[in-house]
Ligand binder design. Structure first.
Ligand code: NAD
Ligand code: MG
Length: 390
């Protein structure tokens, strides 16, 4: 039986992943979550998981209690999450949100199986390390971000030398038509109200600021290896076309589908075959029209900042992501405004620019983790003293 682990199983991607699995037809190895103990325990019971891990040590007793009488082992803490990735599995879903997903993903790659990668932060912070590790261990990384799955599908059977450009679509988020002034005063509740996709809270805010698309630009650069000037973003409010690949002969391949992550997850699950996935089928006549517009980098500076990271590479992605995560925490807590998030990341890229440049081939996981910690501490300090307001 196929052995499957899901990291971040209690989240939006995690639940969609389990939704595609049938208990008894796969062996679920590890399921991991954070504070949603009841949900994690219910999942572990349903799939008779070998181990359930909560990232929070204070949740250990509650999880242990909720799984009493089952065969499922229980563990807690960040180290236990990483150790769960050492358990042999054929297919591992990496769906923890944020840089916390990096180490478990790296550990899973060392087994040489398939890593379905939803955690885009892994590629943003440690792209060269991750890709080298996959090559070294003979592991396969399959992108689960909808745009990257779309590009991957459009590239299947194609010679990369024939590719001229890759175009990622962006919904534009809830603030697509808002003025800069109105956006600056946006609340967390307004920012999480995504028009087309149902996602976790953090990625929803990142979509509103287009930090999500910024991360995806970097993710594209790192995963597919295309030069930054070949990677574009187009705003497409209907979220039906997920990405396009343009070839040297002027033709373009577009990937279309409903805004339902189970397609990209199912593709990674069934790859290289295609199998039935229970997503709605598109009715193009009913949709009537698909529209496209250029992104506005003045209102969405995250896109411009991503361009800088794509050029520098090295440890700049780790700085970009850590600063963004800390700024997002403060936005959600009400301490900084919506537009301040990009301003903070901008200042942090500037402040740590001397330490970011590295030979990508020599980059290590330890370098990335150390820079992640340094950038978090520096960003916390910067926010606390409001030093980004120059
Ligand atoms: P979510 O917030 O719904 O779930 C996150 C999961 O990670 C939960 O299981 C949570 O318990 C766990 N988690 C959070 N902090 C943790 C920590 N410090 N240590 C260990 N576990 C922790 O997030 P999501 O929307 O499912 O997104 C997951 C990942 O997939 C993100 O990297 C996101 O960018 C990416 N992604 C999501 C979507 C989507 O539609 N939701 C689409 C593309 C990519
Ligand atoms: Mg995406």
């Amino acid at each position: 039986m196929r052995r499957i682990s899901v990291f971040g199983s209690t989240g939006s991607i995690g639940e969609n992943t389990l939704n595609l699995l049938t208990p008894g037809s796969v062996q679920v190895v590890a399921l991991t979550g954070g504070g949603q103990v009841d949900r994690l325990a219910a999942q572990a019971r349903r799939f008779d998981a070998e181990i359930a891990v909560t990232a929070y040590p204070e949740c250990y007793a509650a999880l242990k209690d909720a799984l009493s009488g089952t065969r499922t082992q229980v563990a807690a803490g960040a180290d236990a999450v990483a150790e769960a990735a050492d358990r042999q599995a054929d297919w591992v879903m990496s769906a923890i949100v944020g840089a916390a997903g990096l180490v478990p993903g790296m550990r899973a790659l060392a087994q040489g199986g398939t890593l379905a990668l939803a955690n885009k932060e892994s590629l943003v912070t440690a792209g060269p390390v991750l890709m080298a590790s996959a090559a070294r261990h003979g592991a396969t990384i399959l992108p689960v971000d909808s745009e990257h799955s779309a590009v991957f599908q459009a590239l299947t059977g194609e010679d990369p030398a024939g590719v001229e450009r890759v175009i990622l679509t962006a919904s534009g988020g809830p603030f697509r038509t808002w003025s800069a002034e109105r956006m600056a005063a946006a609340t967390p509740a307004e920012a999480v109200a995504h028009p087309t996709w149902a996602m976790g809270q953090r990625i929803s805010v990142d979509s509103a600021s287009m930090f999500n698309k910024a991360l995806e630009l970097i993710e594209t650069r790192e995963f597919f290896g295309f030069d930054p000037d070949r990677i574009e973003v187009i705003v497409h409010p209907q979220s039906i076309v997920h990405a396009l690949v343009g070839f040297r002969d002027g033709g373009m391949m577009a990937h279309l589908g409903p805004a339902d992550m189970r397609h990209a997850i199912g593709y990674a699950l069934n790859w290289p075959r295609r199998d039935h996935v229970p997503v709605a089928r598109l009715n193009l006549a009913e949709l009537g029209q698909l529209t496209f517009e250029a992104p506005d980098e003045a209102r969405f500076p995250a896109l411009r900042l991503a361009r800088a990271v794509m050029e520098v590479r090295g440890l700049s992605g780790a700085v970009f992501n850590a600063a963004k995560e800390v700024a997002l925490d403060h936005f959600l807590a009400g301490g900084v405004g919506f537009a301040d998030m990009a301003a903070i990341v901008d200042v942090m890229l500037d402040r740590l620019s001397g330490e970011m440049r590295r030979d990508n081939t020599l980059l290590t996981l330890e370098d990335v983790v150390a820079m992640d910690h340094l950038a978090r501490r520096t960003t916390e300090y910067t926010v606390r003293h409001r030093h980004w307001q120059r």
